[in-house]
Ligand binder design. Structure first.
Ligand code: ZN
Length: 83
């Protein structure tokens, strides 16, 4: 049942290391982990924010529908016809 997923990524050693920045504290050889908007070193804990954060397209928020006011409850008329 379990499928071995090997070979999903073709890593060309040097090419991969190029995308990662080396830690300024630990020096070359220790690369920073890439996060969405920052990098961090798993060795010394150094972290830095990326200079150019990805511009996120935020959908314009539509006007919210107004909540209907509470309806005044109708006066309960005593229904007890005699006759
Ligand atoms: Zn480090």
């Amino acid at each position: 049942m379990a499928k071995a997923r090997v070979g999903l990524y073709a890593v060309h050693g040097e090419e991969l290391s190029r995308t990662h920045k080396s830690c300024p504290k630990c020096g070359p050889g220790i690369f920073l982990a890439e996060h969405e908007n920052r990098r961090s070193c798993g060795r010394c804990g150094y972290s830095e924010s990326k200079s150019a954060p990805l511009p996120k397209a935020k959908p314009a928020k539509a006007a919210e529908p107004k909540a209907s006011p509470p309806r005044p409850s109708a006066p309960a008329a005593p229904s007890a016809p005699k006759g």
